[in-house]
Design a protein around this ligand. Structure first.
Ligand code: CTP
Ligand code: MN
Ligand code: MN
Length: 358
């Protein structure tokens, strides 16, 4: 019987970071796709808690090593409660989930789904536009109250919808490498995000850049962005933030889900070979924060969330893109220099980036 195959420590856990999750699970694929529809619809309705419980169940199914065969089996998985269990039961008898089918067929869902894909648009703005009766991106563009960034997002929508192959990304990485190293040859450039997790097609490119000299790293964002503007690669700055380098206190504040305080620029970047505008997220990390920044920006979002929760609840530590801290008074930083060291200190078995796809 299958449940005896499961190592409860590493498979059946509420912490996604304790188990490997491949990019393309072999089992339960169509079930996962249908549950993802419900999860996304909850997200679009602003029901974040409900969406989160779907994400936990979906992640568990993605890592599950067999096709689920019964309701009872499903309910043994941590994260599958009666609600989601019933959807699985429906799926086992009808090969679909009625609620997911209804959602997919609804005009509201289809419209909100498109609007929420616009850069800078969350569920609230999407809902606002929907309530104004807009049905298409074109109609949103005529809204008289657009912010600068919303207008830009709408204008870039077509380009940003086009996924990048790994070859497209390698082209961009080549350009970044040449340009950044022409400023300081000792820069360290690490692709993160979905690309590092092995995704075949990516919506954007995320890159962490660092330099061994603190003073150089402090001013790196400005230098790189200026150079990218001069060379004509950077068309728009979608988001730009440089943060005060006041060290200690700032690093320790760690609100969940609030963006970290690393210098960053989200760029609309022209890809030379196609002339398509691509989103490139540049993140600058001081050398001492490099490994936690790379870990924090590799994702997936669910993997990161579970890592931080595990650190906090099971280890009394705080993990952010800025570092690993002991939650004693006063807080104490644990110096780390690699991802592996972070996993070791947290007591989590090493998970390859390609297996962080929960
Ligand atoms: N991230 C973060 N803070 C943000 C945005 C992103 O910490 N404000 C982290 C998340 O852990 C995320 C990773 O950086 O997983 C990359 O972000 P993003 O590009 O949004 O997601 P990807 O996983 O790369 O997926 P996609 O292919 O959609 O880009
Ligand atoms: Mn990304
Ligand atoms: Mn990104």
């Amino acid at each position: 019987d299958i449940e005896f195959d499961l190592d409860p420590r590493f498979l059946n856990t509420k912490y996604e970071c304790l188990r490997p999750t491949p990019l393309k699970p072999k089992y339960n694929q169509s079930l996962v796709e249908l549950l993802e529809v419900i999860e996304h619809s909850r997200e679009l309705n602003g029901e974040e808690r409900n969406a989160l419980s779907y994400r936990h169940a979906i992640a568990a199914l993605k890592a599950y090593p067999h096709n689920i065969k019964s309701y009872a089996e499903a309910r043994k998985i941590i994260g599958v409660g009666p609600k989601i269990g019933n959807h699985i039961k429906e799926f086992l008898t009808t090969d679909t989930i009625p609620e997911a089918e209804e959602i997919l067929a609804s005009e509201k869902y289809q419209t909100l789904d498109i609007f929420s894909r616009v850069y800078g648009v969350g569920y609230k703005t999407a809902l606002k536009w929907y309530r104004k009766g807009y049905k298409s991106i074109r109609e949103c563009m005529r809204d008289p109250y657009l912010t600068h960034i919303q207008r830009l997002g709408l204008e870039l929508f077509n380009d940003f919808q086009k996924k990048m192959s790994r070859q497209d990304i390698q082209e961009l990485l080549g350009i970044l490498d040449t340009i950044i190293k022409s400023i300081y040859s000792d820069c360290i450039i690490t692709p993160v995000g979905g690309y590092r997790r092995g995704k075949e097609f990516n919506g954007d490119l995320d890159v962490v850049v660092s330099h061994p000299q603190e003073e150089i790293a402090n001013n790196l964002l400005k230098d790189i962005v200026e150079k990218l503007m001069d060379t004509g690669h950077l068309k728009h700055k979608l988001f730009y933030a440089r943060n005060k380098k006041d060290t200690s206190s700032e690093l320790l504040s760690s609100h969940r889900n609030v963006m970290d305080k690393l210098d960053k620029c989200f760029c609309a970047f022209i890809q030379p070979s196609t002339q398509i505008c691509r989103q490139v997220d540049l993140i600058i990390a001081p050398y001492s924060q490099y490994s936690t920044a790379v870990l924090g920006w590799t994702g997936s979002k669910q993997f990161e969330r579970s890592l931080r929760n595990y650190a906090k609840k099971e280890r009394n530590m705080t993990l952010t893109s800025h570092g690993l801290f002991l939650n004693v008074i006063p807080k104490r930083q644990v110096h780390v220099t690699s991802e592996r060291e972070i996993f070791n200190i947290l007591g989590i078995p090493w998970v390859e980036p390609e297996m962080r796809n929960c």
